[in-house]
Design a protein around this ligand. Sequence first.
Ligand code: SF4
Length: 449
Amino acid sequence: MILTMSSNLKKYFIITYGCQMNLHESEKIAGILSSMGYQSTNNENDADVIVFNTCCIRENAEDRAEGNIGALKKLKRTNKDLIIAVGGCMTQQKGQAEELKSKFPFIDIIFGTHNLEDFKSLFLQKISGKKKIIAVEEKEGPVKEGTPTTRTSFPNAWVNITYGCNNFCTYCIVPYVRGRERSRKMQDVINECKQLIKDGYKEITLLGQNVNSYGNDIDDENTNFANLITEISKLDGNFRLRFMTNHPKDFNLPLIKAISSSSKVCKSVHLPVQAGSNRILKLMNRRYTREDYLEKVKTLREYIPDIAITTDIMVGFPTETEEDFNDTVDLVNRVGFSGAFTFIYSRRSGTPAATMDGQIDEEVSKKRIMKLIDLQNSINREQSKEYLNKTIEILCEGYDEKKGAYLGRDTYGRMAYFTSPVDIVGQFVSVKIIKTGGISLIGEIVNDK
Ligand code: SF4
């Protein structure tokens, strides 16, 4: 249904919080609105529709979303036709839709994570005159294919392979708001990748809460993650393959072999450890020990000696002692991560950890995280020095206006900045590193490929 013609196209503005999964889902919301004749805008004052795609993994993500939704009250007053929709993980939490409705009565559509594919029909109901729409399905349905997508991250393309999570780490709200794990059919994923390569995308990132358990819910032993990346790697074309995120308990030898035997799979693995203390890992219900984790890292490096390993680490989990934290510091030193996303534990209502005794004082957590960040930065500075004077293959991802330089990553995920007289976004280029700092590198193009 085309709502308006060329010069007077209606516009949408989407605000996304949280992870890559949400970024990709916003691309689907954009795809649905584009298929109805709407056009994207970067200015909320110009928008006819504003969509918030929210996150609830940490309290501050929710606070930020609520602050920004609240700030729209004025805009809605001056533009009565403006449609405001709120979706994503935040709305899927028990009782949250009703709370949002009473806190922000000017919201027009509230939709849950299991209702994303219904967004078109919800939106049509709204524009046909329905006053307020709340659609938050409690339970996940089967995987739906064919949702239109307006991609925003060229030359990278996100591709979902699983939805939901079965792991129930005790601090995490995701299994409650995303439902049980469902895998897409292998052929559907491969077909999507094939089309993306044909469309000119140069990097594909497979997405799932735990990509390593891909296929566990499908009754076919060939449908597993190692086979999936092997099959995608066989597709014709010059492209890279990445994936996230992995769960150490399911990260296995067939997968390590599949990564090592494909030149298209990037030599970079995100393997969230969360903590280095066995006592804390058990309380987190992570189902591996620090020894298991270190053993997997060792095997990974036996097969792929230059693999870059990045991780997520949480500090301040209930009852975490100085000794537990020192175990985490020790593990970070032993592994030598190429990057670490560090977080302070955030109490999420409805999760088992929220009611655990021994919640940690914020000041203690802040000190711990600072120590960890300093440690990781010093590891990265040392690793960066090894890049000096080396020539690396970079996929140019974009242009940084502030730095006045193009940027892109190598196979290990390391970011480099460089200049070029012509637009080279989406091209593989050889860059010689002439300066190193913290995690990013500065180089110059030596020859275009
Ligand atoms: S694996 Fe654990 S941390 Fe990751 S989404 Fe599932 S429950 Fe959350």
